[in-house]
Design a protein around this ligand. Sequence first.
Ligand code: SF4
Ligand code: FES
Length: 250
Amino acid sequence: MKLTLKIWRQKNANDKGGIKTYSLDNVSEHMSFLEMMDVLNEQIIAEGKEEPIAFDHDCREGICGMCSMHINGQPHGPDRAITTCQLHMRSFNDGDTIYIEPWRAKGFPVIKDLVVDRSAFDRIQHAGGFVSVGTSGNTQDANAIPIPKADADKAFDAATCIGCGACVAACKNASAMLFVSAKVSQFALLPQGKVEAKRRVLNMVEQMDKEGFGNCTNTGACSVECPKEISLENIARMNREYLKASVTGE
Ligand code: SF4
Ligand code: FES
């Protein structure tokens, strides 16, 4: 395949940035999208005129959430329920023009090219995305607390969120509600999560607002673009948890 690639280049957080056009030949349909980016970077390095394109990646198997980029205006590209690293070039055609841009959100400032700062998600997690359990040699066996299968399944589904930020990128309000609600729900459904439940939801929502993310207006684009298909049901659950905690206090 021969491709025209229109890629966002931005030297640093203060640079205005802009789209640059690249031409890439001999792209195999069997390449992953990130392998195609690697080949483009080898070409850029060989030409020696500019720095290679900075983009995030780590596991390259859909579990770390690092490979965050907009491809033709869609977070993680055109296919459903996969991350950019799981996208293959067979999803494109010879002669295609592909636009590649970073996440666009106040809460995710661009660091360089396609790399954004997603540490806001870490701070939200630190505000309450954990349970405190004794690990001093007297730890209770997990199976000693029976949990209804339906609750365990829903908690597991919520826990599959990889913190990639596609939900924020897809949202017209740059809302982080799908991410935060997944992190609240994975504990809200389990007895182990009840102890800190009120504090958790109040603190995480407060931190989310501080980071500059917008509000949810029930459009649902977040769930459609989410590579883990996190359900909007989690946002409803978080709202209920938040209301309960606000009314009853800690
Ligand atoms: S909810 Fe989905 S899109 Fe949002 S951070 Fe989690 S995995 Fe990514
Ligand atoms: S590189 Fe880890 S999810 Fe894509």
